[in-house]
Ligand binder design. Structure first.
Ligand code: SF4
Ligand code: SF4
Length: 383
């Protein structure tokens, strides 16, 4: 009988190639973790040989490096340098092309979408980030058609974390390490001596149909409990946390002198926004060829850290680095709730690792909280 949603089976290490082949046969381009540029990158994979077997990552404030892991795990790293946003909402996209035709112009739409994607190795926080971007880009009346099409066609293979990087704080953000609903397949990787296998759980009819084609055995009780222990182990390793009242703290801190202190370190480079899996700001650029026969409109990622981003008729609204850092963190952790019904931060920690000067969103929030406590204490003392 074909498995149904929620069904669990065991895939052996070699079955992962059958899974990738099955996805490819069904027309998906499989994107998964690979090694490149000294980091884990999500790129096309054609077999399990492309995955970073035996490699792990170390992330800290302003630091990221690969290191050899203790075993041959395929998903032994924590996160890729950039998230899935790069594939679901590409950094640069042509919106339309205009070609001179007689006395007018012939318009053609932007680039056609390629084959549907299967995203292999989506972490809990990353699935939460994708769902946040779903709310941004697929809201009724405000749908971004390119994103919506790619997202609708995507097949998600989530992989639960068994370890956390020092920059992770998904447990306090409420987005992980246990993977929530929204995947097609969920994998828990297990290595026990020479036995290398995955517990696979179907999360959709599509996922169940693919598992059915792989004809795998049911799990043992020991395999089930080993997989169930993984997210708790990853949560226990997390050293950073974010306050449940982040929105309140930031709303009350609009005039805090702390913003000036952060701006003395912040380079306004925008790295944090580029690596953030939920940031979505873009700008639009029109270009023409020298003959004037062809014009194109391109959309590309932008950042609220650039001075031009808030430029409106005569000047930028946010002139200072202090104003721009305050805007970014306040939008992420406070006003995002009002706009989209959730925080804009999933606790992936990328902005901490890839900030060249090590500005840490959790530490900045903590500093604001402490300043608030001190000022309350001062007020009490005055009474
Ligand atoms: S917080 Fe760090 S990454 Fe973000 S703009 Fe400032 S220096 Fe760049
Ligand atoms: S703000 Fe930082 S920790 Fe939060 S989702 Fe973005 S990159 Fe990850």
């Amino acid at each position: 009988m074909a498995p149904s949603i929620g069904a669990k089976v065991v895939l052996l290490r070699e079955d992962l190639d059958r899974l990738i082949a099955e996805l490819r046969e069904r027309g998906y381009v499989v994107i998964g973790p690979t090694l490149g540029e000294g980091a884990i990158l999500y790129e096309e994979v054609t077999s399990s040989g492309d995955l970073p077997a035996g490699w792990s990552d170390v992330a800290e404030a302003a630091a990221y490096r690969l290191q050899e892991g203790a075993d041959r795990r395929l998903f032994g790293y924590s996160l890729a340098a950039q998230g899935w946003k790069r594939h679901l909402y590409p950094p640069r996209q042509r919106l339309f092309l205009a070609e001179r035709a007689g006395r007018g112009f012939r318009l053609s739409s932007g680039e056609a979408d390629g084959a549907p994607m299967a995203l292999l190795g989506v972490r809990a926080c990353e699935l939460a980030a994708i769902q946040i971007q779903d709310r941004v880009f697929t809201k009724e009346g405000f749908t971004e058609p390119g994103y919506a099409g790619r997202r609708r066609a995507a097949f998600i293979v989530a992989v639960e974390c068994g370890r956390a990087a020092a920059t992770c704080f998904c447990a306090s953000a409420g987005t992980g390490p246990a993977v929530g609903p929204g995947y097609d397949l969920l994998l828990n990787e297990m290595i026990d001596g020479d036995a290398h296998r995955f517990l696979a759980t179907a999360g959709s009819d599509n996922g169940a149909a693919i598992l059915g084609g792989l004809s795998c055995r049911p799990p043992t009780a020991a395999e089930l409990s080993s997989a169930a222990a993984q997210p708790a182990a990853a949560a226990a390793q997390q050293q950073r946390r974010i306050s449940a009242d982040a929105a309140g703290v930031l709303t009350r801190a609009a005039e805090s002198p702390h913003w000036e202190a952060v701006s003395k370190r912040c380079l306004t480079c925008g790295n944090c926004t580029m690596v953030c899996p939920t940031c979505f700001c873009t700008t639009v650029e029109d270009i023409t060829d020298l003959s004037g026969d062809i014009a194109e409109r391109w959309r590309q990622w932008d950042s609220c850290f650039t001075i031009d981003y808030s430029y409106i008729h005569g000047g930028s609204v946010r002139q200072s680095g202090a104003a721009r850092y305050r805007q970014w963190i306040t939008h992420k952790l406070a006003s995002w709730h009002r706009q989209f019904g959730s925080s804009g931060c999933v606790g992936c920690g990328r902005c901490i690792a890839w900030c060249p000067v090590g500005i840490d969103i959790t530490a900045e929030l903590h500093a604001l909280e402490q300043a608030e406590q001190v000022s309350k204490g001062g007020d009490n003392g005055a009474d």
